[in-house]
Design a protein around this ligand. Structure first.
Ligand code: ADP
Length: 223
């Protein structure tokens, strides 16, 4: 049986992981598992895990591992991602999470880990101007807003600034990225699973680079 790829997308905040992961998910018919989106949905729904996670997220801190593992396990338990393929966006982001994931995926190993590389000056500008639909998560920039007065072009939801896109929280998140997430780039490099893709430029061009890597490196896609 043909299956979709099992991918991880790494990259700084504002590197474009969310946008590109959604496009990869559509292209290959695979699940898009975005831990940040899962936490924001849980917080909006008022679940205990969501309310606890929100305290950390709004400060730009990492959510404790037990909550992260819980939300990822729930998403995988919905059925499908393991067999049909997935793209992980925002997970793993610590060495411990990466090790735990490797162990959990024993019989369904990752095909490829992509580091979407964008310099810090560029992500700072993207994040300062970033606006997000609170219903469907589509992102915009103040320089390219939705057509009608901050109403989402895709779903009609309200387009707002994320609580953690304040300058203080952004700096904290980038600091944690360097401390906690950069070491896992090396972890995957040593496993021979890492590829670096230039994330600067038009979304379509970045997407074409990603697809080229997936198609070159993930063959054949059999279960
Ligand atoms: P960003 O990558 O820009 O920080 P996300 O939407 O991926 O945005 O994540 C938002 C927040 O959710 C993070 O700042 C963190 O608080 C929490 N979070 C998401 N994924 C994880 C994770 N794997 N481990 C710990 N915290 C996480």
């Amino acid at each position: 049986m043909i299956r979709g790829p099992r991918l991880v997308l790494l990259g700084k905040q504002g590197a474009g992981k969310g946008t590109q992961a959604a496009r990869l998910s559509e292209r290959y018919g695979i699940a898009h598992v975005a831990t940040g989106d899962l936490f924001r949905a849980a917080a909006a729904a008022g679940t205990p895990a969501g309310i606890e996670a929100e305290r950390y997220m709004n400060r730009g801190d990492l959510v404790p591992d037990n909550l992260v593992f819980q939300i990822v396990a729930e998403r995988f338990a919905e059925g499908g991602p393991l067999e049909h393929g997935f793209v992980l966006d925002g997970f793993p982001r610590t060495r411990r999470q990466a090790e735990k994931l490797e162990a959990a995926l024993e019989t369904h190993p990752l095909d490829l880990v992509i580091n979407l590389d964008v310099p810090t000056e560029i992500v700072l500008d993207r994040l300062a101007g970033r606006r997000v639909c609170e219903s469907c998560g589509t992102t915009y920039h103040v320089s390219a807003p939705p057509k009608n007065d901050w109403i989402c072009d895709v779903c009609g939801g309200r387009v707002v600034q994320r609580e953690d896109d304040t300058e203080e929280a952004v700096l904290r998140r980038l600091e944690l990225y360097d401390e906690e997430t950069v070491p896992i780039i090396d972890f995957y490099r040593k496993l021979g699973k890492l590829v670096v893709v230039d994330g600067v430029g038009e979304s379509d061009d970045v997407f074409a680079r990603l697809v080229a890597q997936v198609e070159q490196r993930v063959q054949p896609l059999q279960t």
